[in-house]
Design a binder for this molecule. Sequence first.
Ligand SMILES: Cc1cc2nc3c(=O)[nH]c(=O)nc-3n(C[C@H](O)[C@H](O)[C@H](O)COP(=O)(O)O)c2cc1C
Length: 208
Amino acid sequence: MRKDYRSEHDLDATWAADGWEPLLRRWMHDAVAAAVVEPNAMVLATIGADDYPATRTVLCKGVFPEGIVFYTNYESDKAHQLIATPRASATFAWPLIGRQITLRGDVSKVTPEQTLRYWETRPRGSQLGAWASQQSRPIASRADLDRRLDEVLARFGDNDVPVPPHWGGFLLAPYSVEFWQGRANRMHNRIRLTAGDDGAWTAVRLQP
Ligand SMILES: Cc1cc2nc3c(=O)[nH]c(=O)nc-3n(C[C@H](O)[C@H](O)[C@H](O)COP(=O)(O)O)c2cc1C
């Protein structure tokens, strides 16, 4: 269970000369090209009401200069945690290409218009599932869960499925983004970009 990473080119601060967003996009593109499974999957860490961190995987569905966007149930555990403490960290891990990106920053809901635009691109089955599932809440059995989907199917019939009031996007606006590139002998490259109070970003190389 040990992989020795080799890269042809060494990550350095010049790669992020145009900021974190173009480099994240480039690495995402590389992950897609390398056929990484679910290349937009990221582990999202929030802070629980018990003050312990809580993590789970979500899909990044938008990359913008102001931050990255994911969609979820606004009544889920993660959403309650984000509303109580609107700060999060997200990590893309791409071992196949020896790279990782970690963002930390502030979280806010996206506008209903932005959620609608994304909702309309979702497969109908996912739209129905978003209505059927009270995400993070207990349910007695699988049969009960399937029954909830049947009810939603009957409710909407052949009609368009509207956005559930309890569903939408969050924007994670990073103040810190770290790019990690695996190298041989665990002598990896790490470049962390951090936004200062004036909004200017500085890049620092960290020891692996
Ligand atoms: C690859 C992968 C992608 C996922 N994408 C999402 C997603 O985009 N949104 C979401 O709400 N849950 C997604 N999930 C499910 C979450 O990991 C999690 O189980 C769910 O959101 C409930 O989390 P919570 O109880 O902490 O709120 C995904 C899971 C996996 C394994």
